[in-house]
Design a protein. Structure first.
Length: 213
């Protein structure tokens, strides 16, 4: 999707005519989601009031379907101190199941600066978000979007582009080379599942929609 098209979508709150996203969550069940090995989700993942909620330790939650190039939107909120994330292109990288991560976090309690690599909406361990991002207070829903098209990655938060990077660019080479993923040269390039992270603390997800590009 071209940048102008995406901007129009964000400004007008949806997709252009003829471009319909697929819902990854029906609002009433965990149909289409599994544990890491493909078995049913752990009992700590529940559906409450139209949200997927992590209420107890259960392991991460994976989409059954895999995606590479997509426009993915979702809403989330956390309790104070929660650290979670949404991973994408989750696949096997040199014997480890890894994925790019949109950080879902309570910045304040974790004492992260708004643009830290581990801060909310950042590309975890690779690139932090813009310092002027608009993060809602704990307990309120944030609207997030991930664009992954070829080598280009974008993270959006509440209607604003907060992270953009091109895999293979000089910037990527430098940041990836300084990260925990440096020994995996193909990191971030493969088709893979969407993953909702179980990392401690209660977190809500809703309105998970994806459109393949």
């Amino acid at each position: 999707m071209h940048r102008l098209t995406l901007l129009l979508c964000l400004l007008f709150g949806g997709y252009l005519s003829g471009e319909k996203p697929e819902s990854l969550f029906d609002g009433i069940s965990l149909s289409g989601w599994t544990s890491k090995d493909g078995s049913p989700p752990g009992k700590g993942w529940k559906v409450e009031d139209g949200c997927i909620v992590r209420i107890a330790k259960s392991g991460d939650l994976y989409s059954q379907a895999s995606f590479k190039n997509f426009d993915f939107s979702f809403e989330w909120k956390v309790v104070a101190g929660c650290n979670s994330g949404v991973k994408y292109r989750v696949a096997d990288y040199s014997g480890s199941v890894l994925g790019l991560e949109y950080q879902v976090l309570d910045d304040a309690q974790w004492k992260y600066k708004p643009d830290a690599k581990g801060a909310a909406a950042g590309l975890y361990a690779i690139k932090g978000p813009r310092a002027d991002k608009m993060l809602k207070p704990v307990g309120m829903f944030n609207a997030s979007r991930v664009m992954a098209e070829g080598s280009r990655l974008e993270h959006w938060l509440n209607g604003k582009l907060v992270v953009e990077i091109e895999i293979g660019s000089p910037e990527w080479v430098a940041l990836h080379g300084a990260s925990k993923f440096k020994k995996r040269p193909t990191f971030g390039t493969k088709k893979g599942r969407i993953m909702l992270q179980d990392h401690g603390g209660k977190v809500w997800f809703r309105n998970l929609k994806i459109r393949e590009l």
